[in-house]
Design a protein around this ligand. Structure first.
Ligand code: GTP
Ligand code: MG
Length: 402
């Protein structure tokens, strides 16, 4: 009996032990399976987040504009919106209207006289001598005057000369042909940095034009460096610095009375080292008759070429429209002394002699690149021969211009 009881206890203990072992095994397996779920959650979350993080880092680089920020996608869109208006091209109508404002005085001068001639109820071939007189006294230079006059005289028959619209059309076509010297637009990205040297006589508007141009190009996202090559007086560099602040670009300047070549050399070198898009070099005003000052300019050009072989890529002469035919003489003599690749005509807003552009293009065969129509930052217009001619000879409101 005792033996049977002992056997029962042993069997029960073994069974209990077995059940306990089974429970432990079950708990272990649950614990293992819950751990593996946790691992999967973590493991699966990681690849999901990774691409987003990569995307955040990559997007600003793709734009190539700015370092990564916490919300780069939105910032980039904002920037594009801000950048767009600066880079926007004006429509043809806007350009013509803007030219008309700048040419108000010129339109009140010889253009108004033409308007009076052709505005008569009846016109005929007898209009020719009067046309010749208006053109030759119009500050457009004798060559341009002759070219326009001959195109009307030889290009129109007797009947055509009774039609004011046909005469205007001939004048417009010949003027456009004179202004279109066949130069392609300037490609600022053709060189890095693109070096532009600006010269001209005293007070024509070189520094002002450089300031306006720097603002225009910096507004399009270009990195511009200015060179204060007018070391003749301290005020010149200070004036350029004021413009540079407005345009938000650096200026390289030297000591008053120092060598302009070394300042310009340093600016071009800096442009090369820093990967700038443009270096625009200001120079002191000078008369073409002063040999030593013209030699100084030649030295400036040689030194620029040392800092960057092949530079300057453009040399622009600034001319003041209010000086009329003097501007043509200045341009001709400067061009004889050195290569001039572009012209800027300033102060058209204050001059009745805007037609001088015709004479300059006809004599020099150098393209007019910009015109200045005021003293403010925005008063620089890219020159478009067709829009200029349309604005100059717009006869729809010729009476208002008289
Ligand atoms: N109305 C008008 N004034 C202008 C224009 N461009 C320049 N000016 C003015 O002309 C004057 C001379 O301009 P600057 O830019 O100093 O001329 P600059 O050729 O650099 O002169 P220098 O350095 O002394 O040879 C300033 O009073 C300018 O504001 C223009 O398009 N219209
Ligand atoms: Mg100046």
């Amino acid at each position: 009996m005792v033996r049977e009881l002992v056997t029962l206890v042993v069997v029960l203990s073994v069974v209990g032990l077995f059940i306990m072992l089974l429970r432990r095994a079950g708990e272990n397996s649950r614990a293992r399976s819950s751990k593996s779920v946790q691992e999967r959650v973590v493991g699966s979350a990681a690849p999901e987040r990774a691409p987003r993080e990569r995307k955040r880092k990559r997007k600003p680089q793709a734009g190539g504009k700015r370092p990564p920020t916490p919300e780069p996608e939105e910032e980039e869109d904002d920037d594009d919106e801000v950048a767009a208006p600066a880079a926007r091209e004006a429509s043809d109508d806007e350009t013509t209207e803007a030219f008309k404002t700048g040419l108000a005085k010129t339109r009140g001068g010889f253009v108004a006289k033409l308007g009076k001639l052709f505005g008569k109820k009846k016109i005929d071939a007898d209009v020719l001598p009067a046309l010749e007189e208006v053109l030759f006294t119009a500050d457009i230079g004798p060559r341009a005057a002759d070219r326009i006059f001959e195109s009307v005289k030889k290009g129109l028959g007797k009947d055509d000369l009774a039609d004011a619209a046909k005469i205007w059309a001939k004048i417009r076509a010949t003027s456009t042909a004179i202004l279109d010297v066949g130069a392609p637009p300037v490609d600022w990205s053709a060189k890095k940095p693109f070096v532009l040297l600006v010269l001209g006589v005293n007070g024509v508007g070189k520094t002002t034009t450089i300031g306006k141009l720097a603002a225009l190009l910096a507004g399009q996202g270009k990195k511009v460096i200015l060179a204060a090559g007018d070391t003749f007086r301290a005020a010149a560099a200070e004036q350029l610095e004021v413009w540079a602040k407005r345009a938000n670009c650096p200026v390289v300047r030297g000591k008053e009375g120092g060598d302009p070549s070394s300042v310009i050399f340093e600016a071009v070198k800096r442009g090369v080292d820093e990967g700038a898009d443009l270096v625009i070099c200001d120079t002191a005003g000078r008369l073409h008759t002063k040999t030593d000052l013209m030699d100084e300019l030649k030295k400036v050009r040689r030194v620029i070429d040392k800092a960057m072989p092949g530079a300057p890529h453009e040399t622009w002469m600034v001319l003041d429209a209010t000086t009329g035919q003097n501007a043509i003489t200045q341009a001709k003599t400067f061009k004889d002394a050195m290569e001039i690749t572009g012209i800027v005509i300033t102060k058209l807003d204050g001059s009745a002699k805007g037609g001088v552009i015709l004479g300059i293009c006809d004599e020099l065969k150098v393209p007019v690149r910009y015109i200045g129509v005021g003293e403010k930052l925005e008063d620089l217009r890219s020159f478009d021969p067709a829009a200029f001619v349309a604005a100059l000879y717009d006869d729809t409101d010729i009476a208002a211009a008289e």
